[in-house]
Design a protein. Structure first.
Length: 422
């Protein structure tokens, strides 16, 4: 669960008298429901419904956690759970897709960040709580759920059939995207992501046989996850300074996280990719690297989920998940509802080469004067060809990030006097 932490929080001492008139109104409504509702309702059910309503009206992330909800919270941070594979929130009474998780049924079926789910099978979502909708989306692996979705690019609702599965989220994926340039995709921040990130950097440098010339960190459609994991990842790339801080009404919600000395990449140029599906912990990482000018942030504006949820136990089996603080970047920018604005805005696009035929050059002229560096076999393989280069050519944002890294690397070489021939 994004930004959620579990802790013991003592109940605050009352600072003023209880609102007796409002409490009388509550007990009156409670009594009327007990006497006149069409079906018999237990006291426990009414009181639990009152608690759920009290929390759900605060914000989309505060909630009452019954025993099963506790289990689901643990599953979502451990990286394995059953369902469709989407991170969701509420908007105008509908379920909004924050982002589909990589390699899950929802992503493979075509669910996109920003989609509004208006029906689950034949049940309208309007009027449901987020927890009720999530319970309907979860189910036995192999069963099919039909999502009716409103999408900005479509004039009418569309239906998408998604087959439920056991969701196993791999936090980090990586590859060499070009000679000397690494690519790390963080799909979700789990408890071990920080350590995995450092191991991934070591593995890529070992594969390349040298320090990397540049790194792309892809946080697109990353819905967040464990706060400490984002802090650890930022710490790996920063020498010192503040990473993130939180502000709230109670002392325990006021936290500051700072970097320890040591940059694992020793100043190597970094580009961070974000989009509207980048939320919470991914916004913390992007904001920290942006404020410290350690990376260029590229893509489109992020989601803007900048609040902290604290799990406060009520007893052994029940708890409340309560929004207790807001995130701020090192420069004091609030992430909540504004998100991270990229340094360079690059929207998704499809790029087609207009000129696919090779140019006729001097080297093609019969009897041309030989150049000093002319190769005997000019038909050799082009640098960067293969699966990784193909992926970059299909992904315009990724291609733009790679081109920027190459430019930064060239400038850095010139600044340090490491040009070819020097």
């Amino acid at each position: 669960m994004d930004g959620a932490k579990q802790m013991e929080t003592p109940a605050p001492a009352p600072r003023e008298q209880l609102p007796l008139d409002d409490l009388r109104k509550f007990t009156e409504v409670f009594s009327r429901i007990k006497d006149a509702y069409v079906e018999d309702v237990s006291d426990q059910q009414l009181l639990e419904s009152a608690i759920k309503g009290m929390l759900s009206n605060l914000d989309p992330h505060s909630a009452y956690l019954a025993p099963k909800d506790y289990e689901e919270l643990e599953e979502s941070t451990s990286g394995e759970f059953g369902g469709l594979g989407i991170e969701v929130g509420m908007e105008n009474g509908f379920v909004k897709v924050i982002s589909p998780i990589d390699d899950t049924p929802a992503q493979r079926a075509g669910v996109q960040a920003g989609d509004l789910i208006i029906k689950l099978d034949d049940k309208p979502v309007k009027g449901m709580s987020l927890e009720e909708a999530v319970k309907l989306m979860r189910g036995k692996p192999g069963t099919v759920l039909t999502l009716t979705i409103m999408r900005e690019s479509q004039n009418a609702p569309i239906e998408i059939d998604v087959t439920r599965d056991v969701i196993k989220v791999t936090s980090i994926k990586s590859r060499m995207i070009d000679n000397g340039y690494g690519y790390v995709r963080i799909t979700q921040f789990q408890a071990d992501t920080g350590r995995q990130f450092l191991e991934t950097l070591d593995d890529m440098e070992a594969e390349y046989g040298n320090d990397l010339d540049g790194l792309i960190i892809d946080l697109r459609n990353n819905p967040g996850g464990v706060l400490q994991a984002a802090v650890d990842t930022a710490d790996a790339l920063l020498d010192d300074g503040l990473i993130v801080y939180t502000e709230g009404r109670i002392q325990s919600s006021r936290l500051r996280f700072s970097a320890k000395p040591g940059d694992a990449m020793a100043g190597t140029p970094i580009v961070v990719l974000i989009n509207g599906g980048s939320a919470s912990a991914s916004e913390i990482l992007a904001g920290a690297l942006q404020d410290h000018e350690r990376a260029v942030v590229m893509g489109t504006q992020s989601f803007g989920k900048g609040s902290v949820q604290t799990v406060i136990p009520l007893d052994e089996t029940h708890a409340v998940k309560l929004t207790t603080a807001r995130y701020f970047t090192p420069d004091g920018r609030s992430i909540q509802a504004t998100g991270i604005e990229p340094d360079i805005e690059v929207r998704p696009a499809e790029v087609n080469e207009l000129d696919s035929q090779p140019f006729f050059t001097e080297a093609d002229l019969q009897g041309h004067l030989k150049g000093e560096n002319e190769e005997q076999n000019p038909q050799g393989a082009e640098q960067g060809e293969g699966e990784s280069a193909s992926a970059a050519s299909r992904d315009y944002q990724l291609r733009s990030a790679l081109n920027l890294l190459k430019g930064l690397h060239i400038l850095n070489r010139r600044d340090t006097g490491q040009d070819d021939g020097q």
